[in-house]
Design a protein around this ligand. Structure first.
Ligand SMILES: [Zn+2]
Ligand SMILES: [Zn+2]
Ligand SMILES: [Zn+2]
Ligand SMILES: [Zn+2]
Length: 562
């Protein structure tokens, strides 16, 4: 291979003849009589094809080093090749395409575009663009996509000024080319399916970071648009701006054929999360502005209608999600990026009635790493977003959005619950005069907060419990210990008496009357049936723990009228 193919400092070996056709250095007369001009700057060229020492090449009139000359020469060659061979290899899996005719540099004034080549086949056309190192028209891809013109872009960066190799590359290889738009091959149309998004995050090869494809932008009318929504995007009518910084963005097609909005000036690119957050705020704003209602689903409690009768009224409540339309509650104004004096941050959106200082609601958008750390003294709706699908959802408002958190809203809904709706499952207990303890499930609606059973000493229910029956039993023993002289080790019977002897212990007189030995603890085989002898004084150690865990309410004993 000659030194001409070297990329480092290649000589120009193709130039344009007077008809604009690329001609090889060895096919023209020596010197200025070659009548050739530079494919890049159109400057007059001199053919240096006489010697045998240096490689033959074209030189500029003034000896200037024309930087884009070789790239332009390759471009001109590529166009010439397309015209000659009437054939191109499409990007991967799409095969070869034969044309009836190929036109170059055809002008499309209505689009203000001049594609490198237009290939005609059957009733259809395909635009072929050869990529330039420095994109001339950054709006080009967006315009082509908006106009739904089938178009591929071929990157000739790896090619030299070898016409035959270039022909082979263009007509036989599917490398280094991509669809800008294709109806037939799905590019462009598939991208419009919102649900397809975010399935394959791109990795920035330099930073190793996942780069988000950005499909949201603000158009010149201030409207948030989603590229994937049919008809929302039209680069031939609108220009687009970054939701975050407001700088102009254009649609770009990456090598995988995915579309993304990108800042024209690549410096100071807004971070993905900043972009997502700004897009989300715009989406919510749009939903608020454009709809007659603005629904939130507020998690609240409904307390029991019977709350003065139910012994559990503090607990007798059911969680509910109450729907409120903020607009019908006269929240019809909003301000973006508002700074209240009592907080350090600016609120994304403040919704209010007449006066922003009075009873307003803050709407704050959070992302994984960008969170509002500070609590507000006002009612606050915190929204967390993770990706563009979330932004898409928020365009419909907050109504169905899952990651919403409400702070400082009223905990109870105005509407109370029917007792039967609540039907609080609780543990009821009864302590009988016999000393037996009953613990069992009951429903709050089935309870009255009184009892008049003469066999009952205490009746009540657990307001707080760990739901372990054994522990509840011990708790009752310990709790009622205080009401008595000591724990009755036989099921809290009220018949406990101090014995006069036996290790200063207590004994159940009721049991005793049933035949306790005079000194039961001294018996060789103490009677097994009496719970007295099963008593476990270790339960005393659990007193503190269980009293923290559990709480009971006692029903009132109604004295019977005689
Ligand atoms: Zn030049
Ligand atoms: Zn930006
Ligand atoms: Zn109740
Ligand atoms: Zn007893």
């Amino acid at each position: 291979m000659s030194s001409n193919d070297k990329k480092s400092n290649p000589y120009l070996i193709y130039a344009l003849d007077i008809n604009g056709k690329p001609v090889h250095i060895d096919s023209v007369p020596n010197g200025f009589s070659c009548n050739c001009k530079c494919p890049h700057c159109s400057g007059k060229l001199q053919a240096k094809n006489g010697g045998t020492e240096r490689a033959h090449h074209f030189a500029h009139n003034d000896g200037a080093d024309c930087k884009g000359a070789v790239e332009s020469a390759i471009h001109c060659l590529a166009k010439e090749i397309l015209k000659e061979s009437l054939c191109v290899m499409l990007p991967k899996n799409a095969g070869e395409l034969q044309f009836n005719k190929v036109e170059t540099e055809k002008n499309f004034p209505e689009l203000k575009l001049r594609p490198d080549c237009v290939g005609y086949y059957g009733e259809k056309t395909l635009w072929i663009e050869f990529k330039r190192t420095h994109e001339v028209d950054v709006h080009k891809a967006g315009k082509i996509i908006s106009a739904r013109i089938n178009c591929i872009e071929i990157d000739l960066n790896s090619c030299g000024q070898d016409k035959e190799k270039l022909r082979e590359f263009i007509t036989q290889s599917f490398e280094n080319r991509k669809w800008i738009y294709s109806r037939e091959h799905g590019v462009g149309s598939s991208e419009h399916t919102v649900s397809n998004r975010n399935s394959s995050p791109k990795v920035d090869s330099e930073l190793g970071l996942v780069k988000l494809d950005r499909h949201f932008a603000i158009d010149d009318k201030g409207k948030l648009i989603d590229f994937r929504e049919p008809s929302e995007f039209d680069a031939n009518k609108h220009s687009y701006y970054c939701p975050c910084c407001g700088k102009e963005v254009v649609l770009k097609v990456d090598d995988n054929g995915s579309y993304t909005f990108d800042h024209i000036e690549e410096t100071n690119i807004c971070k993905d999360e900043m972009y997502l957050r700004s897009a989300a705020v715009s989406a919510i704003q749009k939903a608020f502005e454009n709809s007659k209602s603005f629904i939130i689903h507020l998690p609240q409690y409904r307390s029991c209608k019977n709350d003065n009768k139910c012994p559990y009224y503090q607990e007798c409540q059911i969680p509910t999600t109450q729907q409120y339309d903020l607009k019908s509650h006269h929240f019809d104004k909003y301000t973006k990026d508002y700074k209240f004096n009592d907080v350090a941050y600016s609120t994304d959106l403040v919704l209010y009635r007449e006066n922003i200082q009075k009873n307003s609601i803050e709407v704050r958008v959070n992302t994984e790493n960008l969170e509002y750390g500070q609590n507000s003294p006002r009612r606050t709706i915190d929204i967390t977003i993770y990706n563009e699908n979330d932004v898409h959802q928020l365009k419909k408002g907050l109504s169905d959005y899952k990651n919403v958190h409400f702070t400082n809203f009223a905990p109870y809904a105005e509407k109370k619950a029917e007792p039967t709706e609540i039907n609080h499952n609780i543990w009821k207990f009864i302590i009988y005069t016999s000393g037996k303890i009953y613990i069992g499930p009951a429903r709050c609606t089935e309870l009255s907060n009184s009892f008049n059973n003469s066999n009952t000493i205490k009746e009540g229910a657990f307001i707080r419990t760990n739901n372990i029956k054994e522990d509840m039993y011990i708790f009752l023993l310990l709790y009622y210990k205080k009401l008595q002289k000591d724990i009755c080790r036989c099921q809290l019977c009220w018949s406990l008496k101090k014995t006069n002897g036996i290790n200063n212990n207590y004994i159940c007189t009721r049991y005793k009357t049933k035949g306790t030995p005079k000194h039961p603890l001294q018996e060789k085989n103490p009677p097994k049936e009496c719970p007295y002898f099963k008593a476990d004084f270790n339960i005393l150690k659990r007193e503190k723990e269980l009293i923290e865990k559990m709480k009971i309410v006692e029903f009132q004993n109604i004295p019977q009228n005689k």
